[in-house]
Design a protein. Structure first.
Lengths: 115, 113
């Protein structure tokens, strides 16, 4: 069975601080996909990134970066120079061959960025 | 604009009164799914559908029904709602979930009193 753990329930930072959101996953498959979604206070779920298990390159998109490490089954998300608009709940999710129609989500990390 | 549309956005109802939450997508996606979100539990899948007339249970299907008569629509039916079904519900669609993840609707906040 697949599982996603986001151990940080809530993180509070001050604007311009860097912050890393942790995600640890469990799967028996060698082929799987990892995702991050953002849920701002307005409630919608916004897709941020998808990674497949064969691509361990780190990815950077503006102030966002992702560190995928198969050796530790982690897919961590870093926001550099955080802004108030980054305040949201962030979800990590996993899809593998045991459930092609299923995304298994972590419980989410609430990020609060204060001015 | 490519989107998943859910209605209503907010609903307050009484225990036992049947209700339907509608979901429609305009992206010609085969896969559709319903999730519920509860504090401290994240998102859990209720039902999913791989195509017209093909549906299957997710992790928490008790108390819910779905149907997929047309590709674009995937309504969620609560035949006899109970207070423990008070939650935030998301409909989602995808061409291929394992490759692309899901595109989510804006959510329906349901309160059962």
């Amino acid at each position: 069975a697949q599982k996603v753990t986001q151990a940080q329930t809530e993180i509070s930072v001050v604007e311009k601080e860097d912050v890393t959101l942790d995600c640890v996953y469990e799967t028996r498959d060698t082929t799987y996909y990892l995702f991050w979604y953002k849920q701002p206070p307005s409630g919608e779920l916004v897709f941020l990134i998808r990674r497949n298990s064969f691509d361990e390159q780190n990815e950077i998109s503006g102030r966002y970066s992702w560190n995928f490490q198969k050796s530790t089954s982690s897919f961590n998300f870093t926001i550099t120079a955080s802004q108030v608009v980054d305040s949201a709940v962030y979800f990590c999710a996993l899809s593998d061959s045991s459930g092609y129609s299923t995304l298994t989500f972590g419980k989410g990390t609430m990020l609060l960025v204060s001015p | 604009e490519a989107q998943v549309t859910q209605n209503p956005r907010y609903l307050i109802t009484v225990t036992g009164k049947k209700l339907t939450v509608t979901c429609s997508q305009n992206m010609n996606h085969e896969y559709m799914s319903w999730y519920r979100q509860d504090p401290g539990l994240g998102l859990r899948q209720i039902y999913y559908s791989m195509n017209v007339e093909v549906t299957d249970k997710g992790d928490v299907p008790e108390g819910y029904k779905v149907s997929r008569k047309e590709k674009r629509n995937f309504p969620l039916i609560l035949e006899s709602p109970s207070p423990n079904q008070t939650s935030l519900y998301f409909c989602a669609s995808s061409k291929t979930p394992d490759l692309y993840g899901y595109t989510f609707g804006s959510g329906t906040r349901l309160t059962v009193v």
